[in-house]
Design a protein around this ligand. Structure first.
Ligand SMILES: Cc1cc2nc3c(=O)[nH]c(=O)nc-3n(C[C@H](O)[C@H](O)[C@H](O)COP(=O)(O)OP(=O)(O)OC[C@H]3O[C@@H](n4cnc5c(N)ncnc54)[C@H](O)[C@@H]3O)c2cc1C
Length: 394
């Protein structure tokens, strides 16, 4: 009898081969004594880069629900690296969400090229959307492209690009240079070595240096027309409105992993302290953290499963935004609870909790922001047409 290994189990097995080392690297990378590239080398070697490529094309064949579970596993070990890895999947995760018959020859050729790059050459992709004056919004971006013969030429400035100097290819958003419309946004693949591509020194924030984030500059960057994402021009904004899961919630698993690490930390500290383990208030404090984590996990995985089973359904999208909002609040509340429960040991500079406390704050900064999530959920509840671009902050 042959046993069929579920895609998620195969992916979790691969992840667990690297999570112990990723966990060991989390604090040194945060302190700047180890380079993030070491952790991404583990990710590359693990085979996880092909998580979202179908099995029949040589990938692991995960759907969005499975992917969120995988990312939570990585995020519990090393949140920053999970967030960086997520940008690879934000860049290419939607490739097989489009029906092959609807793609046309150019789209199919583009997809084949990406599969070859990822599966056969372990090349890493990243997503370069955010800009200084618009944040993660697609409307109003300044990065512009123009057609020149068989090429596109791009000029622009991206404010935050994770996997800078790590990824091989960057999926960049741009609008046509010759029109005033801010609805026609397209995605292009720009490679690290393309002419006119440069990066600033890495962003120095209070956390997540493991994402290896920097500004990206495109100065007359010329790319062949076959690097237009899936061969489709002008549809990026409409796509994110109908299918917001990658941009709004791709990294949910990473924050779920961070929230889990917070609860694990408090559990370990209480377990190791005989006196506190038997004190009712401490036990109940930990119980309250577990309840909060379970609720966040249930909503997050429910939303991720809904994407896999009913992608683009209005109720799925409302669930995605609700999960994004709830998880951000829950992760931050759990971190505060952990500090209150564990006490000064939680803030020791050489322990992980002070890092986790800083890292979970970023869930409010990454799109969709809390107010945008509530706006979406409220409008959807009132019956607005959420496929209408004008109802969106994107
Ligand atoms: C560690 C880290 C890694 C990141 N990695 C990536 C990445 O790989 N790829 C990527 O694309 N992004 C990335 N980002 C960017 C992130 O997704 C957000 O875009 C960014 O953090 C938003 O920054 P902000 O809160 O300062 O800006 P915002 O508050 O979003 O504001 C930015 C600008 O947009 C304007 N603005 C905001 N909302 C509106 C509105 N409704 N109407 C009109 N104007 C508006 C503001 O006035 C402001 O000028 C990363 C961020 C961090 C911190």
């Amino acid at each position: 009898m042959t046993t069929v290994v579920r895609p998620l189990d195969a992916a979790l097995d691969l992840a667990r081969e690297v999570t112990p080392e990723l966990a060991e690297l989390a604090d040194p990378i945060d302190r700047g004594t180890e380079a993030p590239v070491k952790a991404y080398a583990l990710i590359r070697e693990s085979g996880l880069l092909s998580a979202m490529i179908p099995r029949e094309r040589g990938g692991l064949g995960l759907d969005f629900g499975d992917y969120t579970v995988l990312l939570a596993e990585l995020g519990a070990a090393n949140g920053a690296i999970a967030l960086g890895f997520n940008m690879h999947n934000v860049a290419i995760g939607s490739l097989f969400e489009t029906d092959g018959d609807a793609l046309g020859a150019t789209g199919v050729a583009f997809r084949d090229w990406v599969v070859d790059e990822v599966v056969d050459h372990q090349r890493m992709f990243a997503s370069a959307a955010s800009e200084p004056s618009t944040g993660a919004r697609l409307r109003g971006i300044s990065t512009a492209y123009r057609r020149d013969g068989d090429d596109y030429v791009l000029d622009g400035h991206k404010s935050f690009v994770s996997l800078s100097n790590v990824a091989d290819h960057y999926v960049v958003t741009a609008r046509p240079a010759d029109t005033d419309t801010d609805y026609e946004v397209s995605h292009f693949v720009v490679s690290a070595g393309d002419p006119g591509v440069s990066f600033s020194p890495e962003w120095r924030g209070t956390a997540l240096s493991g994402t290896s984030t920097a500004q990206m500059f495109l100065d007359g960057t010329r790319i062949p027309s076959r690097r237009l994402f899936l061969g489709v021009e002008g549809m990026s904004l409409f796509k994110v409105v109908r299918e917001p899961h990658w941009m709004a919630a791709g990294y949910l698993g990473a924050y779920l992993g961070l929230a889990t690490a917070v609860v694990d930390f408090a559990t370990e500290r209480l377990s190791a302290d005989e006196r506190r383990r038997s004190r009712d208030t401490d036990v109940q404090g930990l119980g309250s953290m577990v309840v909060r984590l379970q609720a966040a996990r249930a909503l997050t995985l429910n939303a991720a499963r809904a994407v896999a089973d009913h992608r683009s359904d209005p109720s799925t999208n409302a669930l995605v935004y609700a999960a994004k909002h709830h998880l951000g609040e829950a992760a931050q509340a759990l971190a505060a609870q952990s500090v209150a429960l564990v006490g000064s040991a939680a803030m020791a500079a050489d322990g992980p909790m002070q890092r986790l406390l800083r890292e979970v704050q970023f869930c409010s900064i990454m799109p969709a922001k809390p107010a945008d999530c509530l706006d979406y959920v409220g409008r959807a509840q009132l019956g607005a047409n959420m496929f209408d671009v004008s109802n969106h902050g994107w």
